[in-house]
Design a protein around this ligand. Structure first.
Ligand code: RI2
Length: 332
């Protein structure tokens, strides 16, 4: 039971906890896990009436929705799967959710590989690509380039505080790509050697702004100064439809201990464990890169200048979006 008295399957709670703790991370992976969790909820539901089943599904979606606020792939995935809930009986409703989740996950996979081949077309033999954080969409471009036989090298920013750059480095080495890992502060120096900056996105706003791991905007500004093009690899599940109606994207603030753990804090304060020692750390997980610093957004529908992305957004999402997990009535 969740705190509103609805039965949420323990496996859904586990997925939600893993997303919140970033054991499941990365916008596409989160979307995939959320769709899978809804299918599990449907399969394990003990509801004996259609209305009870629908309420359980909405409660599960809400539990998942409330884990992390910035990657729009999460609500987009939940919305998509719930929109497919259809039937007169619990058995029909269950089958509709399971099928829809499967379709969503298949499409997600396909979109990433399509996007990868579009992104790979931007790369030439001998190119050096600078990356930030770990994005499966960005890596799909590099994987497709490697598969095409394009010789590339990577400069991988480690990406404080959680060092997701190490995941990128590991993946690239598996594919045989020469990798140089640098600290985030070294980016400007190493941009002299880079031909591209390639990053992912957690959300893309209607004006073409890119919301991605903290540090992306600074990197993009430096890249512009150095004349290095910035490519954002993002499936359309990263498009944030609410921004078409004036909403902004919430930037997640994570625990300050990711920046300054207890040991580091004690070293700074000389062990004085005061509640108000005048020392705070802040940990915004994402930042906003204005469209003027982005050269292209690469999607499964091709590449777009950021300022034109709203056209695609309108086409794919329409003008309005709702939050079905907040609905109390039954749609039948
Ligand atoms: P894919 C990550 O956020 C990074 O910001 C990365 O660029 C983005 O998700 C997209 O990842 P976090 O979950 O969907 O590490 O391209 O905070 O895998």
């Amino acid at each position: 039971m969740d705190d509103r008295g609805h039965d949420v399957a323990p496996a859904v709670e586990t997925t939600a906890d893993e997303i919140a703790a970033m054991e499941i991370r990365g916008a596409a992976t989160i979307a995939d896990a959320a769709a899978e969790a809804l299918a599990i909820q449907a399969e394990r539901s003990d509801a004996d009436r259609p209305d009870a089943f629908e309420r359980q599904l909405r409660a599960a979606a809400k539990t998942l929705y409330e884990t992390r606020p910035t990657a729009v792939s999460l609500p987009n995935a939940l919305r998509y799967v719930l929109a497919g809930m259809d039937g007169e009986t619990v058995a029909e409703l269950r089958a509709s959710i399971v099928d829809r989740a499967e379709e969503f996950r298949r499409d997600l996979d396909r979109a990433q590989s399509k996007l990868g081949s579009v992104g790979a077309n931007r790369l030439r033999d001998g190119d050096v690509v600078m990356t930030h954080c770990h994005s499966t969409d960005a890596l799909a471009c590099l994987e497709a380039a490697v598969e095409d036989g394009t010789e590339i090298e990577a400069i991988v920013k480690e990406t404080r505080p959680r060092l997701q750059g190490h995941i990128t480095a590991g993946q690239l080495r598996e594919w045989g790509v020469p990798v140089t890992v640098i600290v985030d502060g070294a980016a400007r120096r190493y941009l002299d050697r880079a031909d591209h900056v390639l990053v992912g996105a957690d959300s893309i706003a209607a004006d073409g702004s890119v919301i991605n791991k903290i540090g992306t905007s600074g990197l993009a500004v430096l890249a512009r100064e150095r004349g290095v093009p910035v490519t954002v690899a993002a499936q359309t599940i990263k498009l944030h439809p609410d921004t078409m109606t004036g909403h902004t994207v919430e930037i997640e603030r994570r625990d300050e201990r990711e920046v300054l753990d207890e040991e580091a804090r004690a070293a700074i304060t000389d062990g004085v464990d005061g509640t108000d020692d005048g020392l705070t750390a802040e940990n915004p997980a994402f930042d906003v890169t204005p469209p003027r610093y982005v050269d292209a957004i690469v999607t499964e529908h091709g590449q777009f200048p950021p300022e034109t992305i709203v056209t695609l957004m309108r086409e794919l999402f329409g003008e309005t979006v709702d939050e079905p997990w907040e609905r109390s009535e039954i749609t039948g």
